[in-house]
Design a protein around this ligand. Structure first.
Ligand SMILES: Cc1ncc(COP(=O)(O)O)c(C=O)c1O
Length: 351
């Protein structure tokens, strides 16, 4: 018998496989595997520009938003350049900073949320980039659009603000983040989005950035040629055509996020109000033992040692399996505490 496949709730992926229309687009592109893809992603760039009501010269497509983030770091890199961002946030920010020789200025979150005042205070003449992950990965907190505007107003025009909106589609309600609107008024602000999450194309590597035409032009010079495959371009175009069906699935994930959070809180867990496709458990030293416990139950979570655990929202049955494991962990922990208090077992229990 083959071993049971682990339930993956560690990578903030969509639990939904591609819709038939997207599978068909992928299969059709397979016929052209001997041909190079469109170098400038012209059709997809135009479709995205139409979708967001901006000129095509303000849009650049990349091999995932990670590739575009990398290009942003390269654009600003130079002697003494630094980037300011909240911490904890997306774990690749420091990796990309290291790759490009940019110094990271980390500004601690407060209760899981960006401290924008402290971030603005941290900007110096050497700061070339400010990254704002909204909603924040891994805590899921969202910055209010007014708060965002006040912050961007404080950032000097020589410093680029990158709003990483990888989880934008999972924000509750229609108000969104206001990032794209700000982009029209502030030439030093760019917005990054991805097809990896809500559009379910993580494996194909396609994301995009919207900003001023000048910034987009300088990024084009840095992105590797032919990095976005034809398969990714066609699949993203098909996903845009099927957006309504995909966003219905996103609503299901939002409903599951609400259900998972409520179930955890009913059992006494502290869970922040997440606006991503994940929830954050601030477990401190319990983060590793809890993750190990869940791993033994066949569930993979993302651990941040000594800080917490990020749990991606999966299918209903995968979420149920996680809730069962979390419930069992609570029960065992409560029992261990009682036994410890009566002096029958010394020290903490390892499960
Ligand atoms: C905040 C954030 N930004 C960017 C990315 C990268 O997305 P992509 O798959 O488009 O490179 C991720 C992926 O997890 C993310 O969490």
């Amino acid at each position: 018998m083959s071993p049971r496949k682990a339930i993956s709730l560690s990578r903030n992926e969509s639990p939904h496989g591609p819709l038939p229309g997207i599978v068909a687009a992928i299969a059709a592109t397979g016929q052209d595997a001997n041909r190079y893809p469109d170098l400038a992603c012209v059709e997809l760039t135009r479709a995205l520009a139409r979708r967001h009501g901006v000129a095509p010269d303000r849009v650049i497509v990349g091999a995932g938003s990670c590739a575009l983030l990398h290009a942003l770091f390269q654009v600003i890199a130079g002697p003494g350049a630094s980037a300011v961002y909240a911490w904890r946030s997306f774990e690749y920010y420091p990796v990309l900073a290291n790759h490009t020789g940019v110094r990271s200025e980390l500004v601690p979150l407060v209760d899981g949320a960006h401290n924008l005042t402290a971030m603005a205070d941290r900007i110096t003449d050497a700061t070339r980039l400010v990254l704002v992950c909204n909603p924040n990965n891994p805590t899921g907190t969202l910055i209010d659009r007014d708060e965002l505007r006040v912050f961007v107003d404080r950032v000097p025009s020589a410093c680029l603000v990158a709003l990483d909106e990888a989880y934008f589609e999972y924000v509750d309600g229609s108000s969104g983040t206001g990032g794209l609107e700000l982009c029209d008024s502030y030439p030093n602000l760019v917005v990054l989005r991805t097809f990896s999450k809500a559009y379910g194309l993580a494996n194909l590597r396609v994301g995009y950035l919207i900003g001023s035409a000048d910034i987009v032009t300088s990024l084009r010079d840095l992105c590797l040629p032919y990095a976005v495959s034809g398969v990714a371009q066609r699949a993203a175009l098909a996903a845009l055509d099927l957006e309504d069906a995909l966003l219905t699935r996103v609503k299901e994930t939002i409903a599951e996020r609400t259900r998972v959070r409520a179930a955890l809180m009913a059992e006494g867990w502290e869970v922040l109000d997440s606006q991503g496709n994940f929830v954050w458990l601030s477990l401190g030293e319990d983060a590793i033992p809890f993750c190990e416990y869940c791993a033994r139950a066949g569930i993979e979570l993302r651990v941040f040692t000594g800080e917490g655990v990020r749990v991606s929202i999966g299918s209903e049955s995968d979420n149920d399996a996680f809730l069962t494991a979390a419930h069992e962990w609570s029960v065992r922990n409560a029992a261990a505490t009682i036994i410890g208090a009566t002096g029958r077992v010394a020290g903490r229990q390892e499960w």
